[in-house]
Design a protein around this ligand. Structure first.
Ligand code: PMP
Length: 404
């Protein structure tokens, strides 16, 4: 069965009403799918109430919808139980939750291993933890193409390592991390593994059980769902032993003037009113995504990526960041253009109806590693077509003609 990207595009209200838009910035935010948009609308119009607080029917309907969403997320992740799914405001909040709750148990001299290829969201919280708890950060060695060099893991994953925090796929190079050796190295020294799935989760259902990690973080707005919601998946036994991060309503067992006990996970980590309608939208998006023809969609992405890479290589002065081989990367590419600032390039591309991102891409340590200050990034989702790639390449020719 061949995949029809144009009809997929029709499932995205904004794209359907902007036929001339070449949206190539899904790594920053994907467009919302109709299933998620409709689910949010239905919820807000028919079931809006707070969760876990009311005993009237409307509130019970809101509760049921919220817990259904948790099950839908668990199914997308192949999690052992829906109780392993914590709703947060996004990947950043999920990672900060671990940095605080898990970090609380760390001592000076304990180590967290991460890489220079991390998004700032999976970098800065560990530097902040270092300042709070005196832990040391160890950096996983990178190969020249920005991928983690798996042959030298013992340099960073030492017997003092307590946590390996690593991205499943880089938002700059698209490089996909081979997690199995990292998980094995962490297990060998008794360390836990946090996977930043913010980019990877957009490209098909995830199997946290097969990955063998302990925590997995991602955001709704990058998986064709609303923003303001995200997920921290945690292995049940891991969540059970963590203290809460934020205190407030909903996360307690019993509060007295003297002391407070905690609710079991996932509630323990969901202080205050959660993003209810957004979670319902996220559940609907993932439920819909799970039923999509992913093998065909991946082939479509690889085909477009191949076209894009071929076209980029023909452009004078263009340097690609990251590995060339399509099998090692998501369908996203970042590059620099000799003598042209990425923001200028993006503005010219916008005149061609092409939306791409330019800047440091929230990955300054990786930019430093590559010796550049900024880059242009084009990222593809299954709703992108040959026309989108052709428009980008034509726009880039114009950029080079006008600006170099
Ligand atoms: N990690 C990676 C790899 C990302 O690409 C992003 C978003 N650009 C994040 C984390 C943070 O996601 P959010 O801003 O939705 O919290």
């Amino acid at each position: 069965m061949s995949f029809d990207a144009l009809s997929w595009r029709g499932q995205f209200p904004l794209l359907a009403s902007h036929p001339q838009l070449h949206y190539l910035d899904s790594a920053a935010t994907s467009q919302i799918c109709r299933a998620a948009f409709d689910a949010v609308g239905l919820h807000e119009l028919g079931r809006r109430a707070n969760v876990l607080r009311g005993t009237y029917r409307l509130a019970e309907m809101a509760d049921a919808a919220y817990e259904d969403a948790r099950r839908q997320v668990a199914a997308y992740l192949n999690a052992g139980s829906a109780d392993e799914v914590v709703f947060t405001s996004g990947a950043t909040a999920s990672i900060n939750l671990v940095a605080h709750a898990f970090g609380e148990g760390l001592q000076p001299g304990d180590e967290v291993a991460l890489s220079l290829a991390e998004h700032h969201s999976n970098f800065v919280p560990w530097q902040m933890l270092r300042a709070r708890r005196g832990v040391a950060l160890r950096f996983l060695p990178l190969a020249a193409d920005g991928r983690i060099d798996l042959s030298r893991l013992e340099q960073a994953v030492t017997p003092r390592c307590r946590l390996v925090a690593v991205t499943q796929a880089s938002n700059v190079t698209g490089a996909v991390t081979d997690l199995a050796p990292l998980v094995a190295a962490a297990r060998a020294v008794g360390a836990r593994v946090l996977v930043d799935g913010a980019q990877a989760a957009q490209h098909g259902p995830v199997d946290v059980t097969a990955l063998g990690c302990d925590f997995y973080a991602f955001s709704g707005h990058k998986v064709f769902a609303p923003n303001g919601v995200g997920v921290l998946w945690g292995r049940a036994a891991e969540l059970e032993r963590l203290p809460p991060f934020l205190g407030g309503g909903g996360m307690i067992g019993r509060v007295t003037a003297a002391d407070t006990t905690w609710a079991p996970p996932p509630r323990r980590f969901e202080a205050g009113t959660p993003p209810i309608a957004q979670a319902v939208g996220l559940g609907a998006a993932l439920d819909w995504l799970r039923q999509q023809p992913w093998p065909e969609m991946r082939s479509h992405g690889e085909h477009l990526l191949g076209r894009l890479l071929d076209g980029l290589e023909a452009l004078p002065g263009l340097t690609l960041l990251g590995p060339r081989q399509p099998e090692h990367r998501l369908p996203l590419v970042s590059f620099s253009l000799a003598g042209i600032h990425p923001h200028d390039a993006c503005q010219v591309l916008d005149q061609h109806g092409v939306a791409v991102r330019g800047g440091h891409l929230c990955a300054q340590p990786l930019m430093d590693y590559f010796g550049v200050t900024a880059a242009v990034r084009a990222s593809l989702a299954p709703y992108n077509t040959e026309e989108d790639v052709a428009a980008l390449l034509a726009g880039l020719e114009d950029v080079v003609r006008r600006l170099s």
